[in-house]
Write a protein that binds this ligand. Structure first.
Ligand code: SF4
Length: 176
């Protein structure tokens, strides 16, 4: 089975997808954290550290080498402060970079833990995932992990993972 390149948005969203994917025999994963949308930097660090703990619990190595880059997000979104267009561009940015990174590493497919969240706009997520995949000659692996919402939060609670109460960007922080 090919290694699946998995873009991770945070620990709580990764908990259930990891449980599912790791239950598949022979499944190998490459975990990559890239979220320039998260505001402020202290929040970025909390989400990153929470996911690092989850990865360690599974004995997995995760890649945190991508820079934080809030300026990239803010430059992109200053003129688009409202959803759904704002979220579409947010997915395009993160999934575009994920696809680029996956292709550079010779992977054939990539996925995102955003597909766990009931708060994300899945139709837009799929559209942008497919576009990013096509641009880099990859497959976008989409599995609707929302049915595992309760289980994911149970895992996160059990491990004491930090659970945020807003999506991530400065706009979503203000909209709480
Ligand atoms: S609300 Fe969430 S998905 Fe939408 S732009 Fe903000 S961080 Fe991105």
């Amino acid at each position: 089975m090919d290694t699946l390149f998995l873009h991770v948005c945070c620990g709580p969203c990764a908990a259930y997808p990891l449980e599912r994917l790791l239950a598949e025999s022979g499944r190998k994963l490459e975990l990559w954290f890239y979220n320039p949308n998260i505001h402020p930097q202290s929040e970025f660090a909390r989400r990153r550290d929470s996911f690092a703990f989850l990865a360690a619990v599974h004995g997995l190595q995760a890649d945190f080498s991508a820079p934080y880059e809030p300026a990239v997000f803010l430059a992109e979104f200053a003129q688009r402060p409202s959803p759904p267009e704002r979220c579409r561009r947010c997915y395009a940015l993160r999934l575009g970079r994920a696809a680029e990174e996956a292709a550079a590493r010779g992977r054939r497919a990539f996925a995102t833990t955003l597909a766990f969240s009931r708060r994300q706009k899945h139709e837009l997520l799929i559209e942008e995932g497919l576009k990013a995949a096509a641009a880099h000659g990859l497959d976008f692996y989409y599995e609707d992990w929302r049915p595992g919402w309760r289980r994911g939060h149970e895992i996160a609670r059990g491990l004491g993972l930090y659970r945020q109460n807003y999506c991530g960007c400065v706009y979503s922080e203000l909209e709480r």
